[in-house]
Ligand binder design. Sequence first.
Ligand SMILES: Nc1ncnc2c1ncn2[C@@H]1O[C@H](COP(=O)(O)OP(=O)(O)OP(=O)(O)O)[C@@H](O)[C@H]1O
Ligand SMILES: [Mg+2]
Length: 252
Amino acid sequence: MILKATDLSKSFPIENMESQKILSNIQLTIEKGEFVSIMGASGSGKSTLLYTISGMTKPTSGVVEFSGEQLNSLSEDHLTDLRLNKMGFVFQQANLLKNFNLRDNIVLSGYLRKMEPQKTIDKRADTLMKQTGVDHLASKDITQASGGQLQRVSICRALINNPEIIFCDEPTGALNSKSASEIMTLFNEINQTGTTILLVTHDAKVASKTERILFMSDGEIISEKYLGKLAVDSTPRDREKQVSEWLEILGF
Ligand SMILES: Nc1ncnc2c1ncn2[C@@H]1O[C@H](COP(=O)(O)OP(=O)(O)OP(=O)(O)O)[C@@H](O)[C@H]1O
Ligand SMILES: [Mg+2]
């Protein structure tokens, strides 16, 4: 087990009203090396769940255990360290810094850790950029690359410190279907090296390439389904059809 949430609830205070419960008694266990997706209608609490279990926001009640530590017992500094050293994040928009070239965007959080020589980090950035097919863009800035290329760069950035897990919030949401498909192939390759991935998506095709799907509705996980790891010889169309059927049954 790498990540476990027990009785996790999250409410946001609303002015002059009783606070609104966004996550309700979530129970969730992610095993090391899993590739899990989260689906659900807009507003069902997917992003809130992702941010709460990664320690970016505090739960109202409940416990999150990550890699042997209880997040709620950690200081802000310790949490920041944990996120920097063991977690990677990929969002819908690449969120890269515009005054740095793409390679610098990748190495920055490696330099920040001050745990390895910069040369080691540079070398890893070059390897990652090669693996993800953006090595030719190293010295370009964000205006000189496509959305799909920028998302590859943000994946390199998420991987620069060899995280144990990467959290992705609709990482293909802003991409066309060809780029989305390529990014999912990349995530599968990353997952095969042992990195755990938790990914939020609206897209049945994207979810069909993950190993297990959690379905959320009104702040609760109402169902979960296993597809198994995506094998090289599997037929993605069958998996996609399966996911569409589940979505229909669940009334999504
Ligand atoms: N910081 C906040 N303060 C108050 N309410 C919030 C806050 N963040 C989220 N919410 C509310 O929590 C609910 C769930 O939001 P969340 O962003 O988790 O949904 P989501 O499933 O990720 O939706 P989408 O698919 O549109 O991204 C929404 O009703 C939202 O308005
Ligand atoms: Mg969201």
